[in-house]
Design a protein around this ligand. Structure first.
Ligand code: NDP
Ligand code: PYC
Length: 338
């Protein structure tokens, strides 16, 4: 049994900031990364919480990320917000371009943010929930590295390519989902490896194309998409919308760019936002009630809405004032400051 370490909510931030500044991130990037890691750890998203400090450190060590990059938001009169991350981590670029995306969505009814030239390591739900908190429905997508075989294939062509969606709900948490289009996120496989646990069947194949439940063989071989050819097609869609459409790299190209170095993939991201006011024929409240009826029908059957586990974890962790991570991970994080 792995022993765990309790970390107070304030230590999540101090630990993260101290590691990030020690390895070379400037204050603004360290703060943006820390907010993301805090949000994920608070919600018990173990694969993209404090664990990701290791990837952030590896990214700096690989020598290509600019820890002081100042993102540039291009001016436009249309519904597209282009933001150049200029070789930094994606999160600061998102922050800088968010007001323009909200403003353009309200003006045009639908708008998109395209982030270019960014290193990307994070979960997407905190970003789409920033938009649903502003009353907008939102979707976000990114490629990663070509670790994932297409349905029927034998080697990695696609990224783990997450898709996130958030729908605002009056007076309660939004309807949000956020998942990799691979059966498992890469980070989740790494956590299985650390815990010495076998993977479920159907998540990966080994180097020879045979099904495997061994995490290391999965990391050395290829991961599989969820839902067979359906997840595979969705994953290709994400490659196209968050890659060639916005003049940025696919997961294949990101992998080549890394040249074998560990760390976060380098590519683009697309975020779409929709203003219900502009689509609802003046009937926002009635249409919201129809959405609520759907949610109620799902819950009435004993099913749960996505993100409910997360919201429950957040409430519990806020109340008790700490989160838990494996002690071995905590010690490894401390060593990143040495
Ligand atoms: P999970 O499989 O953990 O969760 C997927 C989603 O499904 C969550 O919204 C979850 O809600 C929901 N869910 C889970 N079980 C149920 C259920 N029984 N009923 C209803 N909803 C359910 O996600 P992944 O492991 O695929 O991804 C984890 C994170 O990794 C994501 O945040 C993603 O953005 C990130 N990621 C980032 C990548 C990148 O390149 N930047 C690449 C790949 C992944 P809940 O949380 O409440 O359980
Ligand atoms: O877990 O698949 C993943 C991942 C890739 C990049 C960041 N997270």
């Amino acid at each position: 049994m792995t022993s765990s370490k309790q970390i107070s909510l304030s230590e999540i931030k101090t630990l993260s900031l101290s590691i990030l500044s020690h390895v070379g991130y400037g204050r603004a990037h360290a703060a943006a990364i820390t907010e993301m890691l805090y949000a994920c750890q608070l919600d018990d998203c173990q694969s993209h919480g404090l664990f990701r400090l290791i990837m952030c450190a590896q990214t700096m060590l690989a020598g290509k990320v600019d820890g002081h990059a100042l993102p540039h938001v291009a001016h436009s009169d249309n519904a597209v917000v282009k933001v150049d991350a200029r070789g930094g981590i994606s999160l600061l670029a998102f922050e800088k371009a968010l007001p323009a995306l909200v403003e353009k969505s309200r003006h045009h009814g639908i708008a998109a943010m395209a982030i270019n030239n960014c290193f990307h390591f994070s979960a997407l739900w905190p970003e789409v929930e920033r938009l649903s908190a502003a009353g907008l429905a939102a979707m976000a997508m990114v490629p990663s590295h070509s670790w994932v075989a297409p349905a029927g294939g034998t080697r990695g062509s696609l990224g783990t390519n997450p898709l996130a969606f958030s729908w605002p709900r009056s007076g309660q948490d939004p309807f949000t989902f956020d998942f990799a289009t691979s059966g498992f996120a890469r980070g989740e496989i790494e956590l299985y490896k650390r815990a010495g646990k076998p993977l479920p069947a159907g998540v990966a194949i080994d180097r020879d194309g045979n099904p495997t439940t061994d995490p290391q063989s999965a990391l050395d071989g290829a991961m599989l998409t969820f839902g067979g050819y359906k997840g595979s097609a969705l994953s290709v869609m994400i490659e196209l919308l968050a890659g060639p459409l916005i003049d940025d790299m696919t997961s294949l190209e990101s992998m080549e760019f890394a040249g074998g170095a560990a760390g976060a993939p380098y590519h683009g991201e697309i975020i779409l936002a929709f203003d219900p006011v502009q689509f609802s024929n003046g009937k926002v409240a009635e249409n919201d009630a129809r959405a609520e009826r759907l949610f109620a029908d799902i819950i009435d059957q004993g099913a749960r809405l996505p993100s409910q586990r997360r919201f429950a974890a957040r409430a519990r962790n806020l109340k008790r004032g700490y989160v838990e991570i494996p002690e071995a991970l905590y010690n490894e994080l401390l060593s990143l400051r040495d």
